[in-house]
Design a protein around this ligand. Structure first.
Ligand SMILES: Cc1cc2nc3c(=O)[nH]c(=O)nc-3n(C[C@H](O)[C@H](O)[C@H](O)COP(=O)(O)OP(=O)(O)OC[C@H]3O[C@@H](n4cnc5c(N)ncnc54)[C@H](O)[C@@H]3O)c2cc1C
Length: 528
């Protein structure tokens, strides 16, 4: 089946919905918003801390937020992108409020601002401790009630459509690659439909599920990044993967793993080996209160050194009632796996949390492929550089969604639907009876990435990962040609592609910088 929408939005998190709402009211045509599961299953709805914006001009200013972001990014952020996000953040907050999102306020009616690690001022807007859930709720309501937006849940985007599908050779050197829409799997017919668009937005979120343990939901398989890479678009900064130091170690729950907030270490939690030995004194004089990256690296090293699946966080020395009062969710959650945190250590391990790199875009959110924009975690605007400053990702998505929407609305009349695009051809393919292959390969990718391309890297481990991924790539591509496309095989292809990109770009960076740490090049290139 062929379907036509002026704007095709792939992804229903903060990025996709903000863009959809902007273009839907432009009078330039109809919008389809597709997401691969239900609209509420996103990284967005998991965000807890909040969203950064300078709003209290009595003590804060744009320059301070810009500087904090540059420092966090280890001075390889693109300053233009940083300025763009920081200076446009207050307007983006206005948009969210207009769309029905609530932020906590003081009794005087000002935003109640938090301060987080790396921020020199109080500038984090929040809604209790479930800001992302509130943003998702507000935007879902606005999107569902907008008559110009058709929401298509459980629709899986398989590939974007370019000249390649018209039989024209497209390489990474082809100057004018164009996107004409996407091939999308219909959940009812199990057939792949052709969605033609005049403008397409990629807003497919993060890549955490490429690793064995992640704080991201299952959907975070980096589909958009893989699709754009396969279509010969530019993908950048993939080596910069942010790991959260402490999620609950629970082999039954790895996607998403339950976050043990860093506030627990602030409360007095002590990191220990399972035998009770402390280890942070070997790494940083701030001990368990050291910054996120240092703690994650220390835990990773101790786990590798002792062959452990986890280390422990100890709050047993704190008053039991205080602990239950401060951390009721964590207390209840740990009880479900038989751990009473007032009496026993919490088993914790690091997990993949945020992808700083992705589809390279300019200040308009436009990718290297014409008619294709990318916004949110799947994009690489240059804001984060080597590391993301806390709470900068939600705001980046809203600011760039607006820039991309404004640009797309300005240029859309130059683009027509391409009616020459052929329908998806799956002649000669059969149903895949070998589900075990996919499940096993997915596990293997997770293990390879966590063990060889994790927090601490080396040339040896990276090259080993590359070789293993190469083999999985060959086998999976061969299987993909033979069987009917389903969500699981498509996701497997995507995590292999994304794993490959992280590994290759990590091999190319011959220095330790930001989130990329390698024992072979322990210093910045400029220090050498
Ligand atoms: C536990 C946790 C806490 C966080 N806390 C914060 C915080 O406090 N502040 C902050 O700024 N950031 C935080 N982040 C990061 C932030 O939540 C994300 O970066 C951001 O929400 C990403 O939004 P997005 O719209 O790009 O993607 P998502 O919200 O992940 O949405 C992705 C969408 O793409 C769809 N999709 C994916 N692939 C396909 C496909 N093939 N076909 C169709 N649809 C597809 C999905 O169905 C989904 O609708 C946190 C993240 C996590 C996991």
């Amino acid at each position: 089946m062929i379907r036509k929408f002026d704007f095709l939005v792939i992804g229903g998190g903060v990025a996709g919905m903000s863009f959809a709402l902007k273009v839907a009211n432009s009078g330039k045509g109809k919008v389809a918003l597709v997401c691969k599961t239900t609209l509420d299953e996103t990284n967005t709805s998991k965000a807890q801390g909040g969203i950064a914006s300078v709003t209290n001009l009595k003590v804060d200013n744009f320059e301070k937020h810009i500087e904090d972001t540059m420092i966090a990014g280890d001075f390889i952020s693109d300053r233009n992108a940083v300025e763009h996000v920081v200076r446009n953040a207050p307007k983006a907050i206005d948009d969210l409020v207009k769309w029905g999102v609530n932020f906590d306020k003081t009794p005087e009616g000002q935003f109640d601002l938090h301060r987080e690690g790396g921020h020199s001022e109080f500038r984090i807007l929040h809604h209790k401790d479930d800001t992302g859930f509130e943003i998702q709720r507000g935007l879902m309501n606005a999107v569902r009630t907008n008559k110009n937006i058709t929401v298509l849940e459980n629709h899986f985007a398989v590939e974007i459509i370019t000249q390649h599908h018209l039989g024209i050779e497209v390489t990474r050197k082809t100057p004018d690659i164009e996107c004409y829409g996407a091939y999308i799997l219909d959940p009812d017919t199990h057939k792949i439909d052709t969605f033609l668009s005049r403008v397409t937005l990629m807003a497919t979120g993060g890549t955490g599920a490429v690793y064995a343990t992640t704080s991201n939901p299952n959907i975070a398989t980096g589909d958009g990044i893989a699709m754009v890479y396969r279509a010969k678009g530019t993908v950048k900064d993939m080596e910069f993967v942010q790991f959260h130091p402490t999620v609950l170690y629970n082999p039954a729950e790895t996607h998403p793993a339950f976050l043990i907030t860093e506030a627990m270490r602030g409360y007095g939690g002590v990191l220990r080996l399972p035998n009770g030995e402390e280890f942070m004194q070997k790494y940083d004089k701030r001990l368990s209160l050291a910054p996120r990256d240092i703690v994650a690296r220390a835990i990773d090293r101790e786990m590798k050194l002792h062959g452990l699946n986890h280390v422990c966080l100890d709050v047993t020395h704190k008053d039991a009632e205080e602990t239950k009062k401060h951390f009721p969710h964590i207390y209840a959650k740990c009880l479900t796996i038989g751990v009473d945190i007032t009496k026993e250590y919490i088993p914790v391990c690091p997990s993949a949390h945020y992808m700083c790199g992705g589809i390279k875009v300019d200040l308009n959110g436009e990718s290297s492929i014409h008619r294709l924009y990318a916004v949110g975690e799947c994009s690489c605007t240059g804001l984060h550089g080597g590391n993301r400053l806390a709470s900068n990702s939600l705001i980046e998505a809203v600011v760039y969604a607006k820039s991309a929407a404004e640009h797309a609305v300005r240029v859309i009349d130059d683009y027509q639907f391409n009616d020459k695009v052929p329908e998806w051809n799956d002649e000669g393919t059969m149903s895949n009876e070998e589900k075990v292959l996919i499940a096993q390969d997915e596990r293997e990718v997770g293990q390879i990435m966590s063990n060889y391309v994790g927090i601490v890297r080396s040339d040896l481990r990276l090259h080993r990962a590359w070789k293993r991924l190469d083999l999985l790539y060959e086998e999976t591509e061969e299987l993909f040609k033979r069987v009917k496309a389903t969500r699981d095989i498509c996701e497997l292809r995507n995590i292999i592609n994304v794993g490959y990109l992280i590994t290759r770009q990590a091999i190319e960076r011959k220095e330790s910088r930001g989130l990329h740490y390698t024992v072979d090049y322990p210093k910045h290139a400029y220090d050498l």
